[in-house]
Design a protein around this ligand. Structure first.
Ligand code: G6P
Length: 368
C-alpha cells in the first residue's frame, strides 16, 4: 500500500501525530467502551485465570514495550514476568516448566529472532500469545492468540505509534489478567479503563509541548552524549528515549534506572552530559529527585519531564522542565513516550540525518 506523508515533513512526524487516533482504535479492541470492561480482541482466545508466570520477549522497541508490559502485568495482573530480548530467549535454555504463558511483541510480525523464539516456545509446549501490528504476518499466524495493535502501517524505521499502541494493548491486557485472576475488582477495572480511555486526549495534550521540545532539540544537537534516567514505569521509557535518540540522531545515548546512577554513569557526568529525567510525580518520584541532586551537584544539565507537582518538588534542581498533565499511573508510559519521540525527532532534524531511514537500520530485521 502506498502511504502518503500528507502535510508532514517526515513519516515519523506524521506517525507521532497519528497517535491519539490509533491509540483510541487499539484501546477499542481491548476495552468495551460502553461497559468499561476489558476484553480479549475478537478472533483471539486467551485466558489468564491460571497464569502465574509469564515469559515476555521481543526485539528493539518492542522489547521496551515488553519491559513496560512487565510492570503492568506485575502491578495489575499480579503475574510474575520474565523478560528477554528474543535473541537471548531462544538460546538461553531457561527452565520453562513454571511458565504458563509466553508473550511476544512485534510491530512487523516478521522479526527473525522473535519468530524463532515463538517457535521455540511452542516446541517447548508453552501457550503463546503475540501483540502484533501487522495482521496476517507470520507471528500473528503462528501464535496461539494473536492480539492486534491497530497502529496502521508504520513507515518510519524508528517505531513511534506502534510502540504506544503496544503499551495500550499491554495495559488493557494486564487489567484483563487482574480481573480474570481475581486480584482486581470490577470497580478497579472500571477505574483503570476510565483512565485508559483518557489516553488519546492526554497524548494529544503531550503533543502540545512540541515548541519547547524543538528549542530543547537545538541544544541537544550540540552534545555528543546524553543520559536518560527513570524509575519504575519510567525506567523502560528512559531506555526507549535513549534508543530513539541514538537511532535517528546518532548521538550516543544511554538509558538507565535512576537508582543505578551511582553504580557507574555518574562517573560520566559533567557539563557536557545532558541528563533527561523522565519522572511523573508518582510513588517513586522522591527517590528520583535525590538522583537529580547528585547529577546537579556534578554540573550535569538536567531536563526534567514531569507534571506540576513534580516540577514543584524538583524546583531548583533541573535546568529545564517540560510540563505534562497529571494523570493516573497506568497512562504515564503511554503519554511520556510522546515528548521523548519529539525530542529524538527534532534533534535528528537539527542534525540533518535521514530521519525516516537512518543509516544501517532496517524497519524489519528478518535475518538473524
Ligand atoms: C528493528 C526496527 C525497530 C523495531 C525492531 C523490532 O530494529 O528498526 O524499530 O523495534 O526491529 O521489530 P518488530 O517488527 O519485531 O517490532
Amino acid at each position: 500500500h502506498y502511504v502518503d506523508k500528507g502535510n508532514y515533513r517526515h513519516f515519523m512526524q506524521k506517525e507521532i501525530y497519528e497517535q491519539p487516533e490509533v491509540i483510541g482504535h487499539t484501546l477499542g479492541a481491548f476495552v468495551d467502551m460502553t461497559t468499561g470492561e476489558t476484553r480479549i480482541p475478537l478472533g483471539a482466545e486467551l485466558d489468564f485465570t491460571g497464569v502465574r508466570r509469564m515469559a515476555i520477549s521481543a526485539c528493539g522497541t518492542g522489547f521496551y514495550a515488553g519491559m513496560v508490559g512487565r510492570y503492568y502485568f506485575e502491578r495489575y495482573g499480579r503475574i510474575a514476568c520474565d523478560l528477554d530480548v528474543a535473541s537471548e530467549f531462544r538460546y538461553r535454555e531457561s527452565p520453562l516448566s513454571d511458565v504458563d504463558l509466553s508473550l511476544f511483541i512485534s510491530q512487523s510480525g516478521e522479526t527473525a529472532d522473535t519468530l524463532a523464539s515463538l517457535r521455540y516456545a511452542k516446541a517447548e509446549g508453552l501457550k503463546t500469545a503475540a501483540v502484533v501490528n501487522v495482521a496476517g504476518s507470520t507471528i500473528a499466524r503462528e501464535a496461539d492468540a494473536a492480539l492486534p495493535t491497530l497502529a496502521g502501517p508504520e513507515i518510519g524505521v524508528a517505531s513511534t505509534k506502534a510502540f504506544t499502541c503496544q503499551l495500550t494493548a499491554l495495559a488493557a491486557l494486564s487489567v484483563r489478567a487482574g480481573v480474570q485472576r481475581g486480584v482486581l475488582s470490577s470497580a478497579q477495572e472500571q477505574e483503570l479503563t476510565r483512565a485508559l480511555a483518557e489516553a488519546p486526549r492526554m497524548v494529544n495534550a503531550a503533543l502540545h509541548v512540541e515548541p519547547q521540545i524543538e528549542a530543547l532539540a537545538r541544544e541537544m544537537a550540540t552534545y555528543r552524549h546524553a543520559l536518560f534516567l527513570g524509575r519504575g514505569f519510567s525506567f523502560p521509557l528512559a531506555m526507549e528515549g535513549a534508543l530513539k535518540l541514538k537511532e535517528i540522531s546518532y548521538i550516543h545515548a544511554e538509558g538507565y534506572a535512576a537508582g543505578e546512577l551511582k553504580h557507574g554513569p555518574i562517573a560520566l557526568i559533567d557539563e557536557t552530559m545532558p541528563v533527561v529525567v523522565v519522572a511523573p510525580f508518582d510513588r517513586v518520584f522522591e527517590k528520583t529527585v535525590s538522583n537529580m541532586q547528585e547529577v546537579a551537584a556534578r554540573g550535569g544539565r538536567i531536563v526534567l519531564f514531569t507534571d506540576e507537582r513534580g516540577a514543584e518538588a524538583g524546583k531548583g534542581v533541573s535546568a529545564q522542565t517540560i510540563l505534562l498533565p497529571e494523570m493516573p499511573e497506568i497512562l504515564t508510559p503511554i503519554v511520556y513516550s510522546v515528548p521523548l519521540q519529539l525530542l529524538a525527532y527534532h534533534t535528528a532534524v537539527q542534525m540533518g540525518t535521514d530521519v525516516d531511514q537512518p543509516r544501517n537500520l532496517a524497519k524489519s530485521v528478518t535475518v538473524e
